[in-house]
Design a protein around this ligand. Structure first.
Ligand code: T1G
Length: 681
């Protein structure tokens, strides 16, 4: 098989080229070819300089993640890069696309780096639960300084070429369409000069002179690093670059890297990397299904959901016509959208010009007729079947044939909604999560009659508006809410049986969720939907409302809150719950945190197994994608289904039965199979 690496001579410059689609991952053949190309350049006196570049859409985008966990085949990347850096002939990295991970490390081992303006560079290994493993944590700080290196290595977001040039990672920005020629010219200009080696750099003295930067970085980024192992290892590695000689620093990096590579978090996060990409694929829809062009979107309802949904399309440059029933609601909705954008701008994530651009393609209206030429209309009206069917019947009359009609319902039967139209093939659910302009998850709910092109179009559109989508079948609560209801049922049962409600929240917090159900209730407001009659108490919530406990909004709900909204468990609430339980005839007892965790999470896995078995989710990893992106399931455990397999499905079956809960036939079936949830049933 021909090597993905070839070399071309341009006078006294050897260009080493990789052609390894889709992203020039540094698999074994590429590493082999790279090593050979470097040896060719070093062994030929005619050659006085080297350029390394890639064909296709990007410079090397990192190690080949599919090789991880398998016996490694040489040559290893660090050795190939050391040989290259040791050369006295100038080696130039010619960067386009995304030079990521090992790709960025290849560039760091080159003596110079030139990039086109649209290029990005980064070390995203922490997003896979790793840190760079080819000396990136030791070369980068020596090149750009520890302070500039820290976010790149420990947070893992790539930076644009311009920023990379500003911190000294890139030496020159070259023409977008003349990368190779400019890189060759740059290489020629360096012939005869001593070559700069990142491993010999001293820019990281800032970390030595000001050792506080590491603790300051941890303090600033604590929340997003919470529970993850890799970011702390990354900080340690960058710190070592300022404290140890290069060779020892590389050893330290290797030790930290191997620890992570063999740990559960990286396995989980690599699982998620492929899970998110697999979710884009719809098993029984041909990948080349022709798509419907979506040039104009209609949104019905300018409330929290409608406005948030609209913002996703406006931010992607897709014009939106938003409809309300009354002018004041319409005005309120559009002003909330503008305020949301302005808040984003205050955080430096948008310019005022971008805000005007987005708001400039928004057309508010009170007339259904203005939706006639929309290619997609999404309703976000009151969650009531009759109301939805009325809206869809109206849309069916007004909106052009061939347009997609979508419901943002969070649990209603999309098949029944479709019966209100003459075009059931063009009807599906697009379930956004609140706040819709922020939450990444989109559940695409496939009706019995939903056409393949409609489904494929919405999956592609999801990516365009920056959402992570998964296809769900039609069942109450689809994938996410159906499993959430099982956790909520147990949370309520547990406090009736004597569990401390703060233990329930703390178990989920300690597991890695952003918050527990009772904290969530206080945040949203316990009195939402309350009938306001303190004498009528049929639930714990009504008992709390009757006691004037509405949540954070009035300083007390399940918890008491201080001015900084710090929560404290309340004896009054514990007593209210105990009294309510006694009235309902529940025996109360001490309940351990271990029992709480099993009773909260195992029923979710059980429901996930049923969802999978019923075909309501295409694959178990789609369920992981839903829960990580829609409900804050901790990424470093891979999602409910991956986590369950790591726990052991048979252990989960036993745990359910031990707590008097029913293990479904579906879960028991998967538990009995070698491949668990990955096995076809
Ligand atoms: N290895 C193997 N396959 C990869 C890959 C990789 N590094 N990156 C992408 N793919 C596949 C992906 O699965 C998909 O396959 C296709 O390419 C298109 O990807 C040694 C140890 C580069 C920004 O973490 O961030 O280097 O689904 O759909 O949206 O120290 O892919 O088509 O079959 O994502 O345009 C570090 C991971 C690795 C970069 C392109 N590198 N990749 O995004 O396309 S660890 C990364 C990405 C490492 C070193 C360490 C993105 C992208 P399929 P895509 P995209």
């Amino acid at each position: 098989m021909s090597s993905p690496i070839r070399t071309e001579r341009h006078d006294n410059v050897l260009v080493i080229i990789s052609d390894n689609p889709p992203v020039n991952a540094l698999g074994q053949a590429v590493r082999q070819g790279l090593k050979k190309g470097i040896e060719e350049a070093l062994g030929d006196d005619e050659i006085q300089a080297v350029v390394i570049r890639c064909d296709g859409r990007t410079f090397f985008a990192g190690a080949d993640i599919t090789e991880f966990g398998k016996p490694s085949q040489g040559p290893n990347l660090p050795q190939a890069l050391d040989a290259m850096e040791a050369s006295d002939k100038p080696v130039v990295a010619a960067i386009h696309g995304t030079a990521l991970g090992g790709g960025c490390e290849v560039a760091l081992a080159c003596h110079y780096r030139v990039a086109v303006p649209s290029a990005k560079l980064g070390l995203p290994e922490v997003k896979l639960g790793l840190i760079p493993g080819a000396a990136g944590t030791q070369r980068l700080p020596r090149l750009v300084g520890a302070e500039a290196a820290l976010p790149l290595v420990a947070i893992g977001n790539p930076i644009p070429a311009k920023k990379a040039e500003a911190i000294g990672l890139v030496d020159a920005i070259v023409g977008e369409d003349s990368l190779e020629a400019d890189a060759i010219a740059f290489a020629k200009s360096k012939i005869g000069q001593p070559v700069p080696r990142a491993s010999e750099g001293t820019a990281n003295q800032d970390g030595v002179k000001n050792p506080d930067i590491f603790d300051q970085f941890r303090a600033k980024n604590g929340r997003k690093m919470r529970g993850f192992d890799a970011p702390n290892a990354a900080i340690e590695a960058v710190k070592a670059a300022g404290e140890l000689p290069y060779a020892e620093g590389v050893k330290k990096e290797r030790e930290l890297f191997m620890n992570l590579m063999t740990g559960s978090q990286s396995k989980a996060m690599r699982h998620y990397f492929f899970a998110e990409r697999a979710a884009n694929k719809i098993e029984d829809v041909a990948p080349d299904t022709p798509l419907i062009s979506i040039n104009k979107v209609g949104i019905i309802g300018a409330g929290t959901m409608g406005g948030g949904i609209a913002m996703n399309f406006l931010s992607a440059g897709i014009p939106v016509t938003i409809l309300e029933m009354a002018q004041d609601a319409l005005d309120r909705g559009t002003s909330v959208m503008r305020k949301n954008y302005e808040n984003t701008a205050k955080r430096g994530r948008m310019t005022m010009e971008q805000i005007e651009g987005a708001m400039g393609i928004l057309s508010p209206t009170l007339e259904y007729g203005d939706l006639a030429d929309c290619d997609l209309v999404i309703e976000a009206v009151y969650e009531n079947m009759d109301v939805k069917k009325e809206v869809f019947a109206k849309l069916d009359e007004v909106v052009k044939q061939g347009a997609i009609l979508a419901s943002n319902t969070s649990y209603l039967d999309v098949n029944e909604i479709a019966t209100a139209t003459q075009r059931p093939g063009y009807v599906l659910g697009l379930h956004f999560f609140s706040p819709a302009n922020v939450m990444k998850l989109l559940e695409i709910v496939r009706g019995e009659k939903t056409r393949d092109d409609v489904l494929a179009t919405c999956m592609k559109l999801a990516k365009k508006i920056g959402k992570v989508a998964a296809v769900s079948g039609v069942c109450p609560g689809f994938i996410g809410n159906r499993m959430l209801s099982k956790r909520q049922e147990q949370a309520n049962a547990l406090i009736m049986q004597g569990a401390n409600y703060w233990d329930v929240d703390d178990v989920l917090l300690e597991f890695g969720f952003p918050m527990g159900p009772f904290q969530m209730g206080d945040l949203a407001g316990i009195d939402i939907g309350w009938h306001r009659d303190p004498s009528k108490v049929t639930t714990v919530r009504e008992a709390l409302c009757a006691a004037g406990r509405f949540g954070q909004k009035n300083g007390k709900g399940f918890y008491d809150y201080d001015e900084a909204r710090q929560r404290t468990p309340s004896d009054e609430v514990k007593q209210i719950i105990a009294d309510f339980a006694a009235k309902e005839g529940h025996e109360q007892r001490e309940i351990s945190k271990n029992e709480i965790r099993e009773r909260l999470l195992y029923p979710m896995v059980n429901e996930g197994a049923k969802i999978l078995d019923e075909g309501m989710a295409q694959r178990a990893s789609d369920i992981d994608v839903v829960w990580i992106n829609g409900y804050g399931w901790p990424l470093y455990t891979g999602g409910p289904m991956h986590w369950a397999e790591e726990v052991g499905l048979d252990k989960i079956v036993d745990g359910l039965e031990r707590h008097g809960l029913e293990a479904s036939e579906a879960l028991k079936g998967y538990a009995a199979l070698e491949g668990g949830f990955r096995a076809l049933r």
